[in-house]
Design a protein around this ligand. Sequence first.
Ligand SMILES: *Cc1c(COP(=O)(O)O)cnc(C)c1O
Length: 491
Amino acid sequence: MYESTRGNLSGQRASQAITLGMVPSGGLFVPSTVPTLNWQDLQGLTYRDVAMRVLTPYLPDFSEAVLSKIVNVYADGTFDGPNPVPLVSVGNFGVLELWHGPTAAFKDMALQVLPDLLKVSLKLFNRDEDVLILVATSGDTGKAALEGFKNREGMHIVVFYPEGGVSPVQERQMTTTEGANTHVVAVNGNFDECQTAVKRIFASKALKEQLQEKDLIFSSANSINWGRLLPQIVYYFWAYLQAVEQGKVTPGGKMNVVVPTGNFGNLQAAYYAKRMGLPIGRIICASNKNNVLVDFFATGVYQSQRDFFQTISPSMDILISSNFERFLYEMSGRNGDQIQIWYDANNQGTFTVDPVTLKQCQDTVYAGWADEEETLETISRSYKTYQYVFDPHTAVAMKVYEDYLSATNDQTFTVIASTASPFKFASNVLIGLEGKKQESWGDEWKALDYLSQVTGWKIPIGLQGLDKKPAKPADTSEPEGIMELLQKMFT
Ligand SMILES: *Cc1c(COP(=O)(O)O)cnc(C)c1O
C-alpha cells in the first residue's frame, strides 16, 4: 500500500498512486513498507528480469503477465547494445551509463515504462477517462516523456520548458517529436517557475472539473509520480551485480554511489535500493552551483529563496527539489505531520529541520557541489587521464566524488551515475575539452560531429540528424498563462 508524505492519506493501491501522480490534497505517494530483496537471487539474470523482480513487490495489483510485458522494453532493442545499462570501468571507479535509451538521457530508464504502468493503473483504478499528462522539464524529462507517450491511445501530453533554459539539442529534440497527442510549451521563466505553475494546475479544482466534463483527468510524468521513481531503483541493483561480476566488489561488500542531483528522484531511488537491502555504503549527492541541498546537509536549513543560476548542467538547475520531501519523510521517522508543517505553502520553500532529523540525513548522504569552471576542468582532466568523456552533469558528480575522496579517503568501490550522453551537451563538453570558444567549430549541430571526431565516440542514434528533422515550433506562455492555454487546448 501507499501513503502520503504529509500524513493526509494512506492505504492507497499502487494503481491509485500512479494514476493520481501526487496526493490530491498535497504530498507525495510513498510505499508504506519498503520490501526487501536479496541481491544474490538476481545473479545471472538479464536487466529485464532484474526489473521484474524489483518491480513486482511494489505493484501487487499488477498481474505477472502484464508486468512481464511492460519490462520487455529493456530487452527489445529500445536501449542500445547488448547491455542496456553498462557499468564501465574508469580508473578505479565505475561509471553507470544510464543514457543508452532513445533520448540519450537517463530519464528514458523510467519514461519508457511509465506510459504502460499508467495505462494499466487506469484500468485497475476503474478509470476510463483519457489522461492528460503535464510535464515541467529542465530539459531531459521533456523529450523522454514525449517519446514515451507519443501516439498513445487515450493519452495527451503537454511539456513545459523554461525558454532559454535548455540546451539547443534538448529544445530541438522536443520540437521535432512526432505524434498527434504531443504539445510543447516554452514558458517565460526558469524551471522552478515552470514546475510551480504546473503544480498549481494540479491543485486547481476548477480546471479539474472542466476537464472532467471532457472525460479527461490529469496525471504527472515528473518524478513526483511513483511510477517514475520506481523503475529507477532497478539500475542500482544492476550496477551492484555488475560490480560483483567484474570483481570490483567482493560479494556482500559495500558499493558507494554518486548521483548528480536536481529533483532528487535518482538519488531517492538509490536510497530505496539501499533500504531494500542492497549493500550500498555512502550515497553521495552532487549539485551544481544551485547548491540548495548542499547547504541543507550542512545546516538543516532548506532555503530555496535564493539566486537561481543557469548553468551548463541545466537538468540540475533546480532549487525546489521535489523528491527531497520523500527523503525527509523517511529521515524524520515517517512523520507526516512534521512534513506537512515544513512544506506548508506559507513557508515558500524555506524551513529548518530538527537536529535529530538532520543527523539522520547527514549519516545517510554526503553532499557536495561543483561550479562551472570546476565542471569544465573536470571534463578536460578526466578525458586526459581516462580517455572518458563526461557530460557536464556527470562531470559535476565526478568532481564531487574527487572532493569526497580527498575529504574522507574512503576506498570503497564507487559508482558514478552517468545521466546523459556527452553529445547532448556537445558544445559545453567541447569548451571543456578544447578550452576554445564555440566559434571554432560552428553551431551546436557541427559541435556533435566535431565532438565525435575529437573523441572517436559515436553520436547516439537519437541525436543524429536532429537539425534536419522538421520542427513544430513550441507554443509560448507566461507562467501565469498556462492555465488559460490548457483551457484553450482541451476544454
Ligand atoms: C534529470 C537529470 C538530472 C537530475 O536527476 P533528478 O532525478 O532530478 O535528481 C541529472 N542529470 C541529467 C542529465 C538529468 O537529465
